[in-house]
Design a protein around this ligand. Structure first.
Ligand SMILES: Cc1ncc(COP(=O)(O)O)c(C=O)c1O
Length: 405
């Protein structure tokens, strides 16, 4: 008789966004005329930029010719894309990352979920609390993490690093020593960032204790302040201790097109010299058949002068929404953070409401949907995430409704 991987049974509760979807569906059914504004899920709304669409059309036409046909993509991605990434995302920022250290994929979610496969099951992970749920869940599915405690909403063998108003939503170095440290900045859900000095402290710490930092840079395009690093490789020594994830979803609207990449530097080795690059290349080659040629061509257009200019406008559009939310809520007396280098605004719920109480209250009284902070971890309780990814009109309308609450 077959047996299941019962690690899956350890995963607590239902998936945050399906719970939200069910609540919205129930409310809409009871109030069919309600004009619900969704500032909850982190999906983009702007159409794909013209320079990228043009590249898609051109690549599709090429595929219909004998000379331009492309079958399976190279395991690590096409050179034309990897060299553009190396030049624009790293060399231009003073980071020493070469094209063959970049693994193209269909997005950051899969990579940050799958990367744990190349590490031993007895490695201990450290995560921020609150946190993007993928890091914890993927480790639990694989058998790490220990036992879930309903009372504390925590797994016994995970090191949680609370990110609260007291530490400006930036984690303190852990008191127990982890082997793998997940960091995501600009942060989802809090919208907080680390300065270069703060990130350098993490790099120094990881090198001192022999840990690997798994750095999720999915939102780096939203950084507006000069002293905030876009990549962990801006820090000295990061090549020996960090893996970095990037996504084309938030900077270029590829949530439906699917493209991302992971950087595994060749200097990242075990003490006896095994390169993590070799392991990830082996994993990639065995379990992944590459992002489509047409999509990688679209990705190349992200780095063209026209593409860059159009995407700058797109990010500015979302950041205008972020400022509207941040300023509007602040002037109405709410406590807010994030929203400056991030499309996420993190607000404290009013009147000591729990995150879910505020979700229900906001849905009912303002017909606005956000994401309960508690869904990202116990330290998110009493907080609420709003995203700048809506339309301008809806964002303005939602903020007006907050003011009238
Ligand atoms: C922190 C973080 N990392 C990764 C992802 C996933 O990115 P992708 O669309 O490239 O899979 C998301 C998506 O919301 C995210 O918030």
């Amino acid at each position: 008789m077959f047996k299941i991987n019962d690690n899956y049974l350890k995963l607590p509760g239902s998936y945050l966004f399906s719970t939200i979807a069910k609540k919205i569906a129930a409310y809409s059914e009871a109030h069919p005329d309600a004009d619900i504004i969704r500032l909850g899920i982190g999906d983009v709304t702007q159409p794909i930029a013209p320079a990228i669409i043009e590249a898609v059309h051109k690549a599709a036409d090429e595929m219909g010719t004998e000379a331009g046909f492309h079958g399976y993509a190279p395991d690590l991605g096409y050179e034309f894309l990897r060299s553009k990434i190396a030049e624009h995302d790293f060399k231009a920022r003073g980071c020493e990352i070469s094209a063959d250290e970049i693994f193209v994929s269909d997005g950051a979610k899969c990579d940050c979920a799958n990367i744990q496969e190349i590490f031993s099951l007895d490695n201990r992970i450290a995560v921020c609390d609150p946190v993007y749920p993928v890091y914890v869940d993927s480790n639990i599915m694989s058998g790490r993490g220990g036992v879930y405690d309903e009372a504390t909403e925590r797994f016994s063998d995970i090191i949680y690093m609370p990110c609260t108003a007291e530490n400006n939503f930036a984690p303190d170095l852990p008191s127990e020593t982890p082997d793998l440290i997940y960091l995501c900045f600009p942060n989802n859900p809090t919208g907080s960032v680390l300065t270069k000095d703060q990130l350098q402290q993490w790099v120094d710490y990881a090198r001192r204790v022999g840990a690997v930092i798994l750095y999720d840079a999915a939102y780096e395009a939203y950084i507006s302040e000069d002293h905030i690093p876009h990549s962990i490789y801006e820090c000295e020594g990061a090549r020996t201790c960090a893996i970095e994830f990037h996504s084309f979803s938030k900077n270029a609207g590829f949530t439906g097109m699917r493209l991302g990449y992971t950087v595994v530097p060749k200097d990242l080795k075990t003490p006896d010299g095994v390169m993590l690059h070799t392991l990830w290349a082996r994993r990639h080659g065995t379990k992944y058949n590459g992002a489509p040629y047409i999509i990688q061509k679209a990705g190349e257009a992200v780095y063209s002068p026209e593409g860059k200019a159009q995407l700058k406008e797109q990010v500015a559009h979302y950041m205008r929404n972020a400022h509207i939310i941040y300023d509007g809520l602040k002037s109405s007396g709410y406590t807010v953070s994030g929203g400056v280098n991030s499309p996420y605004v993190w607000m404290k719920t009013p009147d000591s409401m729990t995150s879910w109480e505020f979700f229900d209250y906001l849905l009912e009284h303002a017909n606005v949907v956000g994401t309960p902070g508690a869904g990202f971890g116990p330290s998110g309780e009493g907080y609420f995430r709003l995203t700048a990814f809506g339309t301008y009109e809806n964002t303005v309308k939602a903020v007006e409704r907050f003011k009238n609450l």
